[in-house]
Design a protein around this ligand. Sequence first.
Ligand SMILES: *Cc1c(COP(=O)(O)O)cnc(C)c1O
Length: 417
Amino acid sequence: MSGFPEFIYYDDELFVESVPLKQIAEKFGTPCYVYSRSALTKAYQEFDTAFVNRDHLICFAVKANSNIAILNLFAQLGSGFDIVSGGELQRVLKAGGDPGKTVFSGVGKSIYEMRMALEENILCFNVESEAELIALNKIAKDMDKLAPVSLRINPDVDAKTHPYISTGLKENKFGIPAREAERIYKSAHLYPNIRFIGLDCHIGSQLTELEPFTQTSKKMLHLLDSLQAQNLEIEHLDLGGGLGIRYNEEILPSISDYVSALCINTHQIKQRLLIEPGRSLVGNAGILLTRIEYLKHTPARNFAIVDAAMNDLMRPALYDAYHEILPVHKNSGEIKDYQIVGPVCETGDFLGHDRRIGLINGDLLAIMSAGAYGMSMSSNYNSRPRAAEIMVDKDTIHIIRQRETIDQLFSNEKILS
Ligand SMILES: *Cc1c(COP(=O)(O)O)cnc(C)c1O
């Protein structure tokens, strides 16, 4: 058992659904990202069914994985989207997503991005400051439109996660303190081209406990209460994303336990519930497939140098994140402690430290739990073309992004004439 239902060993070979990973590597080369359609679908359906009869909308956080085939799959399942840029809005449209189910988050929306989103009639702007609200009101006025808005509340709750992905503390750049938000909602008449329709929050990512979510929903309900007491009509409550996945030995609430907890915490209100899950929908549905270029044994350590690097999967270098690493073919070389590293010229370029594994040159490795914040955070550092992406559906292999070519890397550059 690998612990990942769609990535399973048969005999000693690791498969994704009904396809041996080895076959994908041979056909499309490495490094490449491989996703399981079944795992993506099951994760979405677990969220969806856990709401039972509650009026809800799941808005997939596009930044976790923005491949248009994945967005299209979620759109077909009925998903909405949480975007943080005009580029992500274009992707949602290209993928056949519904702008009427799309919310726009982020602290620094440009005028150009707001205009595009207004033109497309998105469901809601999650506004993160008074300055942004003033700008949006003006743009909406120029376009003779009403901009639908939720204020993003900063509930000052500790998400107990990595500091780089904690967003709901008062020290963070995100959201508006509840007090201030209440004042803004009450002064709605100052913004004639804004329609205040919701309340929003998002406290961070890779949360492993339900308690911070519970604490947050209590604070949000409290604010909702006081707005309603002043006859402000709020249509939806957006509780953000943030549910974690198992990378290592973390013990996590299931998707359905998480949704049930949100429903229980908000049972007394009639508003539609929105959530913005990213990682928990895609994280364990994808892997990064890589091949060993060299084994290098030094007096201090054993290195397995692979053809994937920090530019392909940034999480280990950025957050010191752990990803499980499985051999695609078990029981090959002598078991040793390996440092699994890439070819990039940085000591921070590692995918795993101190892994006990048997390896020989040319072996394939699967970097697990790479479906979220993997490809979407990749770069061309060291002039490395970005990896291909593959989606497997039972025994069928679909290429959903061609490997980038070297020519594409500098096609926008120009030598002085
Ligand atoms: C990143 C982000 C999400 C998704 O977070 P996950 O931890 O991937 O679920 C949701 N909402 C907002 C505003 C975000 O910035």
